[in-house]
Structures are given as C-alpha cells and as structure tokens.
Ligand binder design. Structure first.
Ligand code: ADP
Ligand code: ZN
Length: 724
C-alpha cells in the first residue's frame, strides 16, 4: 500500500504530498486522517495521511512510513474539508490548517505525544472459581472480587503485589488497564433559572428559526449566558451537540463554572489553564462522543463534534477570536459560520458591545438582530462619572483624583468591593534620563522597556528580554534616571499608601502566570478576602461579583493611544465591559473613569451606555477613512533580517501589486510601531479592497516567487485585528 502524506517544509509555509510505502505491519492502522511519522531528508517529520492507493505514481524508490502517531483518526472528513477551505481563505499551508485544529498536546515533537493515563483493575478470570480452593490473603482477594466484579488496584491497598501476581500467574485473575481522564466532572445538578420574557423571546427566535447567524446584543448583566444555556439544552435534548467560544477561557472561569453546574459531565472545556495532558484527555472525550458541549477559546471552534446543533460565540467583538500569528490567520467567527453551513445549524454571536463589522451585517440583513436591552430584574446600569484629569491633577498628587479616592473610601466603609482597571502591567511604562533624554529600548525589538519593581528589572513585553536597571544613565553617565508612566505595580503601591488597612489583590499577566492562580484569585475575591481587585483588562470581562459597587478606571487613555484604526472601538468596548462589572446584584453600582480626553466620543458615549451613538459616530469615521466595515483590509507583511534588502523587495512587491490590481488601494510599505521584533524587521503593505477574489492570483505568484528565498518571509493577514 502507498500513502500520500502531507508534510510541511519548515518555515516556508509550503506543503507537498509525498508518497511512502506502508509496511505490512502498519497496513491495518494507516487510514486517511491519521498522523504518521515519515523520514524526510535526515529528519523525521510529522504528516497527515491524505491518500491511500495500491500503487505509486512516481518511478522513484519510496521510503517507508516510520510509525503511526495516534491510534484514532484525528481529522474526520468534515475537518479535512474545512482545512482545504481555510487554506484557500487565509492563503496558508494546508499542513498549518490541519495542525491548528489539533490540541497542542498532540503536536508531536519527535513523535513523542503526551501520555495517556491508565488505571489498573483486577477481576476474576472465571466466575466459577471457588474461594474454598484458596486460603489466607488469596482467599480474601477471591471473595472480594466475587462480590464486586471489577476492582481498582487502588482499592486493594492492603494487598501486596506479590499476592496479586501469584493469582495472575495461576490464571485466577485478570488485569485490565482502563484509560483515566485527568479532568473530572460531577454529573450536572441541573441548576436552572426561570427565564424572563425577553430571554425567552431570544431563545425562541433561535430555536424556531431556519439556520442563520444571530447577533444577540445584550447589555452587561442582561442574562445572555442563561440564554445560551437554554438554547444548548434544547439541542441537547434533540441529541445534538454545541460549541461555545469564550474570549480566553482562563479569563472567564466563572462562565465555565456555570456551565459545569448546569450540564456536569456533558461538557468538555478546552483552555489554556489546563495542562497538556488534561487538554489531551478532554479532546479524546470529545472525539469519542463522550462530551456534547465543548466550551473553549478560539481553537475550540475545531472541536471534532458530529451533529452540531448550535455554535455560540460569546463576547463576539473580542480580538482574541482572530489568530494573528502564526498562520493560518483565521477568524473563529468565519470558521463557525462555515461549519454551521455544513451542519445546517445556527450561530449566535453575543456581546454587550458588538463589533462594528457584525452590527453592519445586521443592518445589511445578513445577520438577524436579537436584543436584551435591560439588566435582569430591572436593575439599572451603573452611573458613570468621567473625571477630567487635566484639572484633577492640579488638586491631587499621584494617579488618583479626589473623586475616585472618596468613592473608594465610601465603599470600603460600607464593606463593599471595588474593581480598578489599569491596562498596563509593570511599575512604570518607561525609564528616561532627565539629563540627556535617553530611553531604554529592547536590543531585539524596537520597543521601550518597562520597569518592574518587584524584580528591579527592565523588561520587554514583546520578546521577554530582561535586564537589571542600572543606577546611572548608559548614555551620559549621570545619575538621573527617572521612572515615567505608570503600571499596575506602581498603582498598587500608591493604593496601599492611600488605604493602608485595605486588602488589595493585583491581577495581571505577572501575578497570574502560575497555573491555577487566576481561578484562585477570583474565588478569593468572591469570598471577600480582598476589598480591591486591581488589574489589567483581565478584570474587565465576564466577572460577576455581587459585592462590587464601584469600578474605577485609572487611565482610560492607555488603549486610546494605541496607533490602530480600531483603538476607539476597543476603548469604548473595554470601558463598557469593565463598567458592566459594577452593581450587578441588589445594590446600585457606579463607575469612575479618569481620562485626559474627556471629550473623546469613545469615552463620552460610555457615560450614557450609548452603544448606537458610538456606533453611528465611528461608522462615519470608518467611511471617511475607507476602513472596515466599508472596506476590507489585508496586511501583506514582509519580514527579514536585512533591512535595506527588505525595503527594496517590499517596494518591488508593492509595484507588482499595483500593476495587477486596479480596484484596490495599496498603502506602504510602512513600518509599524513594532518595526523590529526579535531582530527581525517588518514592513507592512496594506490593501483596502471590496472584493477578495481579485487578490488570490497575485498573492500566489508573490508567495511562489519568494518560496526558496531564505532572506525574506511573506505573511498575509486578511482582516488583521491590529496593524502593528
Ligand atoms: P450577561 O452574560 O449578559 O452579562 P449573565 O448571564 O451573567 O449576564 O446574568 C447576569 C446575572 O443575572 C447572573 O448573576 C445570572 O445568574 C442572573 N440571571 C440571569 N438570568 C436570570 C433569570 N432569568 N432570573 C434570575 N437571575 C438571572
Ligand atoms: Zn524584545
């Protein structure tokens, strides 16, 4: 038998199918869709079996398939087809499209895969064995197994291995190894709320409709999650399965918890807080049809479920659904809609602040609009106060306005809780010499280093580079280094001085890097072991704490100052989301937003929770500047180590694009604010277009042209979430 195996030629994103002989020992298990190891040059490479036939096509001598990586088929027909579609859509290699569908744990390094765990059981080989034939310990074992049938080795803790082995040797016992999953669930308790009329209407609209895409626009605390669960339950009862995507599940453990309480062991969760082994086990449960509801981050959209009834994407505006790097640069929303067509099912996109793209599709009647405009039980949305820091800083020192200080003070006295957002970790954002103006930059990246006080280091947030902060300026030798800007570490210090007896919990990338830390922090805050939760955008999403009645934003401008066409949209949605954490239970909540741009529309519209006001204003700007959703964007990135050569080639590419595309606007080549990362330079060529089809031919030619050129790498990113 001859297998056509898809292997990736490393780095270049080029794939080819090579033929290999299948040795007779493997013939039974080599199937289309399994992964194999094959010799390639001097290496062993992983590949997918794509074809099987009786004879080879080339006249060359074929090498043999070395081994099979997994015993089960890892990609079924649907996923094999989906991969081909993604390859076309994203101009990526087919191999990378298949690899992205599999959990990381399955990505073999030299063929070694995360191990499967087994439990050992014992049972009698033959029921008619009489216990009278035995005495002592042996009799005890036989009697026990006669009574219980199959028994876990662990339950035989007082019995030595030698007694068991003797009985095994004499053919009395049988030893059985069964797979053991590392994640365990209780069977669901079916916790369920009586839905409000509005919630019911939303549920009915979805389940009574022919397959389509819905946009569920519900304010924070309007009960979207209950709506999702009810829809899922409906399909579950029909024997159908569901996928629920959440932005980054380790950021929303409360959501998984609610699903677990309602659906118990019917769910499988795929998220970054799991170990590789746990992920592998969850994925196998899905493959085997042992889980009906998959909840996970972006890549969970590839869950190998058959018969999907509904796909739900919560916080659909989140840019975490777009994979930026490496390729395939896909958007989970597009994949969801494609899979939904295959399964003939609907997609529900939920958000309090829908992306402009999705709302525009509602207006064009591509998506159907569903709305939950009020919080549950008529609770009002929190009152938002905007503080102009240009004035406030004249009266106060540090980073807190008097208004925010007295609001925090008030909540602490009432024994209520506070969430504070500052979207920048570290102590200060940069260090500058007062004497000569020198700033520290990463030697690998073209990025300012951030000072971290706890470790007394300057660190790069792009590549992780770190160095001790020197005491004198390396440029002029003066002792005048100054910390400027502010990060979560410094705010924590200031806060502790302002409120010495309060308990403060800081939650950011640095404090949550250890496994389980994030969940632990959330449950401690929920139990009121802390008064104030201070953090980066991690604290903004999906959290539901009933005692939180004040949300403060230290500096609303951090996300506004990012040079990206989406920065206003991102600012509006981040502020609306974090504001939504306040006053979710009986007590009315309030929000204090500190900003140096109080009149900026992405901040002022948050005050009245006016999504449509913001939407209208931002759409006008996008129209003027020819940005999405009026035009599509594509970023063609040229990367390499030699800057001069790279620029030359980038200009050539631009000219050839111009010659071949007349209805497309072509900008650049330009350097973004991450011109150099890890010693690699980047030039962006931005294309604005209405029709994607015209691009493919010329893109393919460009990729083909540079395929064997090691000095230059071409990355193509359709609908980039950010242009850096
Ligand atoms: P969202 O996801 O829209 O922010 P949630 O689904 O988290 O809203 O609901 C907000 C709060 O209201 C939660 O504490 C939830 O348990 C509660 N809730 C939701 N639906 C109902 C309902 N029908 N009856 C009572 N409480 C509800
Ligand atoms: Zn760096």
């Amino acid at each position: 038998m001859v297998a056509g195996v898809l292997v990736e030629i490393t780095n270049k994103n080029v794939d080819r199918i090579f033929e290999y002989n299948v040795p007779s020992t493997l013939e039974e298990n080599v199937k289309i869709g399994v992964r194999v190891l094959v010799p390639f040059g001097k290496m062993m490479l992983e590949g997918f079996v794509c074809t099987l036939s009786d004879k080879k096509e080339t006249d060359k001598e074929l090498k043999e398939v070395d081994s099979i990586i997994d015993t089960d088929i890892v990609l079924n027909d649907e996923l094999l087809n989906l991969g081909k579609w993604m390859q076309k859509e994203t101009v990526a290699s087919l191999m990378s499209c298949y690899q992205v569908m599999l959990p990381k744990a399955l990505k073999a390094k030299n063929g070694s895969v995360v191990s499967i765990r087994y439990d050992t059981y014992y049972k009698l080989k033959n029921d008619s064995i009489m216990s009278e034939q035995f005495s002592g310990k042996q009799k005890e074992i036989v009697l026990l197994l006669k009574e219980k049938g199959l028994v876990l080795r662990k339950e035989l803790f007082d019995i030595s291995s030698s007694s068991l082995n003797t009985l095994l040797k004499h053919g009395v016992l049988e030893k059985i190894e069964k797979e053991h999953y590392r994640v365990s669930y209780e069977s669901g308790k079916i916790e369920k709320k009586e839905l409000t009329t509005m919630q019911k209407e939303a549920v009915d609209a979805v389940i009574n409709s022919s397959p389509k895409t819905f946009l569920l626009h519900g304010v924070t605390g309007s009960g979207k999650t209950e709506v999702y669960m009810e829809i899922i339950d409906y399909y579950l009862k029909l024997g159908k399965k569901s996928i629920v995507l959440v932005p980054e599940i380790s950021l929303t453990p409360q959501m998984v918890d609610r699903f677990r309480r309602r659906f118990g062991d019917k769910i499988a969760a795929l998220h970054s807080a799991l170990s590789d082994g746990e992920k592998y086990d969850e994925w196998r449960r899905i493959c085997r049809g042992e889980a009906s509801i998959v909840i996970g981050a972006r890549s969970a959209i590839f869950a190998p479920l058959d018969d999907i009834g509904i796909i739900i994407i919560d916080e659909e505006h989140s840019d975490s659904y777009k994979q930026s790097d490496p390729s395939p640069r896909y958007h989970a929303r597009d994949v969801a809609i494609y899979r939904a067509k295959t399964h003939n099912c609907s997609v529900v996109l939920g958000s309090a602040t829908p992306s402009l793209e999705s709302m525009a599709r509602v207006q064009k009647r591509v998506y159907e609009y569903l709305s939950l405009p009020e919080r549950i039980n008529g609770k009002s949305l929190p009152e938002v106060t905007i503080i102009d820091m240009n004035n406030a800083m004249k009266k106060s020192r540090g980073h807190f306005s008097n208004e925010l200080i007295s609001a925090i003070d008030d909540r602490l006295q009432k024994k209520e809780q506070v969430i504070l957002l500052l979207n920048r970790r570290g102590y200060s954002s940069f260090v500058m010499c007062k004497n000569c103006g020198y700033t520290f930059k990463c030697p690998n990246c073209d990025i300012t280093l951030t000072y971290h006080k706890t470790s007394n280091t300057l660190r790069c947030h792009y590549c992780g580079y770190g160095d001790k902060e020197p005491s004198i300026c390396p440029s002029c030798g003066e002792k005048s280094l100054n910390n400027l800007g502010v990060g979560t570490e410094k705010i924590e210090e200031e806060l502790q001085k302002l409120f010495p007896s309060s308990k403060i919990l800081r939650m950011d990338y640095d404090t949550t890097s250890r496994k389980g830390m994030h969940e632990e922090m959330i449950s401690k805050f929920k139990n009121h072991e802390y008064d104030i939760l201070l953090g980066t955008q991690m604290v903004a999403k999906g959290l539901d704490f009933s005692l939180v009645t004040l949300v403060g934003v230290i500096n609303a401008d951090t996300s506004l100052n990012i040079p990206d066409f989406r920065s206003s949209e991102n600012t509006f949605s981040l502020l609306s989301q974090v504001a939504g954490r306040s006053g979710r239970a009986e007590k009315i909540g309030s929000v204090v937003i500190q900003t140096y741009n109080p009149d900026h529309y992405s901040i002022s519209y948050v005050k009245n929770h006016n999504y449509f006001g913001f939407y209208k204003r931002e759409m006008e700007i996008r129209k003027q500047l020819k940005y999405p959703p009026y035009y599509y964007l594509c970023n063609l990135r040229v990367c390499g180590k030699n800057q001069e050569y790279l620029l030359g080639e980038a200009l050539k590419i631009k000219r050839s694009l111009e010659r071949n595309l007349d209805s497309v606007m072509i900008l650049g080549p330009s350097v973004g604010n991450t011109f150099k990362i890890n010693n690699t330079y980047h030039y962006n060529i931005i294309l604005k277009y209405k029709n994607k089809d015209v691009l493919y031919d010329i893109f393919e030619k460009i990729i083909e042209h540079y395929k064997t050129n090691i000095k230059i790498k071409i990355d193509i990113d359709f609908n980039p979430s950010q242009i850096l």
